[in-house]
Ligand binder design. Structure first.
Ligand SMILES: [Zn+2]
Length: 373
C-alpha cells in the first residue's frame, strides 16, 4: 500500500513545468502535504556525450560484467539484506525486480525501493570507490570538458539557484557537494561566485578536479566531518552507491544553513530504461549496473527517506536516458551502427514523452528542512 499520493494538473500533459500537491499519508491519514514545483525534460545531446560506437558499449558492458563477478565473489562476507535501507520494512521474501550480471535486485513492498539483495560489505565498496578511475588525471580534454559543463552542469546549477532563490529570496552563496567526482559541479558553482567544498573518495577523481579546475576535494568521511553551515548540500548520483542512504540525508540536515536546501539526484527505477535492461540478453552499460548502483529509487522511497529525516520536498525534475537505452538495445539486436543512426533520430521525442509521463530513469529532488517548508 502506498503512503504517498499526488495531485497533478491536466496541463502537465503538455507542459515542461508545473506545480503539484504531494501528500504523505501513512496508514491512510494525511500527515503532511507539500507544494512541489515539477519540471520534466532536459535538452541533452546524448550522442555527443555518449558517442555512437556500439562496440564500445559492448566492451564496457563486458568489463562491468567481469567486475561484478569479482566484486560479488570477493564479497564472501556479503550479507543478505533483511530490511529495506530506506523504510526498514522486512525484505525477506521480497520479489526480485530484475537480475543484472547474475546479481538480483529486490523490491521493498512498503516503499517500492529496489536494491541489490546481498550487497558487498562496506569495506569492499569503500576500497572500490577509493580505487575507482572514472577520470584520467594525465589527460584533460578541454573541449569535452566544456561540452559537459554546458550540457550537464550549467542546467543543474541554474535549476538549484532558481528553486533556492524562489524560496529564500536570495541566491545560494555556498555549496557542499558529496561524491563530487571530477569536481565539475563545484567548478560551475565557483563560476557563479559560490563558496564551494567537496568530498570525494576516488583518488584519481580528486587529482582530476585539481588538474582540471584547481579544486582541492576532501578525502575524509562526510558523515563524520565538520563542515558547514552551507546553503546547499548536493548529492549528484551518490545515494545509489551507498549501503545506508539515510545516514547521508540525516548528516546533510545538520550541515545546512537555516534556509538551506538539499539537492539529490538518483536513478529512478520505475522507468522504461529499467524495463529494457531487465529483458533477457540486455547489454547493460549504465543505470542498473550492480558494480556501482546497489540502490534504485522509487519516487516513494526517496520522498519517504526525506520526510522521515526531517525534510520537505519542494521541487522535482524528471528526465532520463531511456530512449537512448532503448535505441542501443534495439540496434544491438538488429545489426548495428546503421540502425542506431536511424533510431537515434527518435531519441529526443521519445524521451520527452517519457519525461512528462514519469517513465524516465533519473530524478533530481530539492528539499528543505521541515520547519522551513
Ligand atoms: Zn522500503
Amino acid at each position: 500500500m502506498t503512503n504517498w499520493f499526488r495531485q497533478i494538473p491536466f496541463s502537465a500533459d503538455h507542459s515542461s513545468q508545473w506545480r503539484e500537491r504531494w501528500e504523505y499519508s501513512p496508514n491512510g491519514i494525511t500527515e503532511r502535504s507539500f507544494d512541489v514545483c515539477v519540471k520534466a525534460g532536459k535538452s541533452l545531446d546524448i550522442l555527443s556525450l555518449k558517442g555512437r560506437d556500439l562496440n564500445e558499449v559492448c566492451k564496457y558492458s563486458d568489463l562491468l560484467k567481469k567486475s561484478a563477478l569479482k566484486l560479488y565473489n570477493k564479497s564472501a562476507n556479503a550479507r543478505t539484506l533483511h530490511e529495506c535501507p530506506i523504510c526498514h520494512a522486512v525484505l525477506d521474501n521480497a520479489a526480485v525486480e530484475l537480475t543484472v550480471f547474475d546479481v538480483p535486485y529486490v523490491r521493498c513492498k512498503r516503499c517500492g525501493h529496489v536494491c541489490v539483495s546481498a550487497p558487498p560489505a562496506g569495506e569492499v565498496l569503500d576500497d572500490l570507490f577509493t580505487e575507482s578511475e572514472d577520470h584520467s588525471s594525465t589527460y584533460i580534454d578541454r573541449r569535452a570538458l566544456e561540452i559537459r559543463m554546458a550540457q550537464i552542469v550549467v542546467p543543474k546549477i541554474d535549476w538549484c539557484r532558481e528553486i533556492f532563490s524562489s524560496r529564500a529570496g536570495r541566491l545560494p552563496g555556498s555549496v557542499i557537494d558529496v561524491g563530487a567526482g571530477g569536481g565539475h559541479f563545484l567548478a560551475g558553482a565557483l563560476r557563479c561566485g559560490m563558496t564551494v567544498e567537496g568530498f570525494e573518495l576516488s583518488r584519481t577523481s580528486r587529482n582530476f578536479a585539481f588538474e582540471a579546475f584547481d579544486l582541492h576535494l576532501r578525502d575524509d568521511d562526510f558523515l563524520t566531518s565538520s563542515c558547514g553551515p552551507t546553503d546547499l548540500v548536493t548529492f549528484w548520483g551518490l545515494l545509489e552507491y551507498v549501503l545506508r542512504p539515510r545516514d547521508f540525508i540525516a548528516a546533510a540536515r545538520k550541515k545546512l544553513s537555516s534556509d538551506g536546501m538539499l539537492v539529490i539526484e538518483v536513478p529512478r527505477v520505475d522507468a522504461l530504461g529499467t524495463l529494457v535492461q531487465a529483458m533477457e540478453n540486455a547489454v547493460v552499460a549504465r543505470h542498473m549496473d550492480p558494480t556501482s548502483h546497489i540502490n534504485g529509487f522509487s519516487d516513494e522511497s526517496i520522498c519517504t527517506v526525506l520526510v522521515e529525516e526531517g525534510f520537505a520536498p519542494v521541487a522535482a525534475w524528471y528526465f532520463g536516458m531511456d530512449a537512448y537505452e532503448l535505441c542501443i538495445q534495439i540496434a544491438l539486436r538488429s545489426g548495428g551502427v546503421g540502425s542506431f543512426a536511424m533510431l537515434a533520430q527518435f531519441i529526443p521525442v521519445v524521451q520527452q514523452a517519457l519525461d512528462r509521463g514519469r517513465q524516465c530513469d533519473d530524478i533530481i529532488i530539492a528539499a528543505v528542512p521541515m520547519e522551513c517548508s
